[in-house]
Design a protein around this ligand. Structure first.
Ligand SMILES: N[C@@H](CCC(=O)N[C@@H](CS)C(=O)NCC(=O)O)C(=O)O
Length: 258
């Protein structure tokens, strides 16, 4: 059967876009896609925020055509034939349902196991810590970073990730149990950002906070790295975004720097 040809508006530096890129990598035998670089905040001229540097963003999101596809003018947005889907978790659910129901455990009941964790992530407002964390660590010149914002974001992540630590301690494998699912994609993308940001922070000049022990989350992060699609769709983009060297073949990233 011919592969479905999709169009994804987004940027690989966006953790919400990475959730979709990772899902598409999981589905690569069934779908192909074209990535259309789009953003109001970042662009080709600079890896820092355009609003701070005057650099040109990718754009696209400010066009009349884009608002027809995505009323919020944010990224990501997926176009599949005449249908456009926006909000990363909705896109991930759609792709799984249409092209790979095994990613939601193969049934409506499976979706009902995955979906609450995806809603939980949104309701916990990971965005609150993710936003300042990445803007400060990866997108602000090092001497201008605000340590108090970085420290608050770190604490925000740790507070929220304690629930994931408890859950993967219980399952001993993935978020909903023994099988990988879309719940792991959306949560894993947040953990990837957190981990890469902490490694970047460790490169200085700001001192790291004292790091908590999250032993089950460490194992879970390694388990996710056994998936090629995680590397291709998410981790390698985030490492590049955070100016971390590519991992050598078979090399594993530790959750937190030593
Ligand atoms: N809840 C939305 C949030 C979308 C969002 O905040 N996207 C960010 C990137 S992660 C964005 O579009 N930022 C502005 C830009 O790059 O123009 C989702 O999950 O898709």
């Amino acid at each position: 059967m011919a592969k479905a040809m999709l169009r994804l508006f987004g940027r690989p530096t966006s953790s919400n876009t990475q959730k979709v890129l990772w899902t598409l990598a999981e589905l690569s035998s069934r779908t192909s896609f074209e990535l259309v670089l789009a953003s109001a905040r970042l662009g080709p001229d600079s890896d820092l925020l355009c609003e701070g540097t005057g650099a040109k963003p990718y754009g696209v999101v400010d066009s009349d055509e884009y608002v027809e596809l995505c009323p919020t003018r944010l990224v990501p947005c997926l176009v599949d034939g005449s249908l456009s889907v926006w909000e990363s978790h909705s896109i991930v659910r759609y792709l799984a349902q249409k092209y790979g129901p095994d990613l939601h455990l193969g049934s409506i009941e499976g979706m009902a196991q995955c979906s609450p964790w995806m809603d939980w992530l949104l309701f916990q407002n990971f965005h609150e810590c993710n936003h300042d964390f990445i803007d400060q660590i990866a997108r602000t010149p090092p001497p201008e970073r605000k340590l108090e914002l970085m420290a608050r974001s770190y604490e925000g992540y740790v507070k929220r990730l304690q629930k994931v630590e408890e859950q993967v301690a219980r399952t001993g494998a993935f978020i909903t149990g023994s099988s990988f699912s879309i719940a792991d994609i959306v949560i894993g993308a947040e953990i990837s950002r957190f981990s890469c940001g902490m490694h970047r922070w460790a490169m200085g000049p700001q001192e790291l906070p004292s790091l908590v022990e999250l032993p089950h989350l460490c194992k879970y992060f390694r388990r996710l790295q056994e998936r090629k699609a995680f590397h291709e769709g998410c981790l390698q983009h985030e490492r590049q975004h955070q100016k971390l060297e590519p991992l050598a073949t078979g090399e594993m990233q530790e959750l937190l720097p030593k």
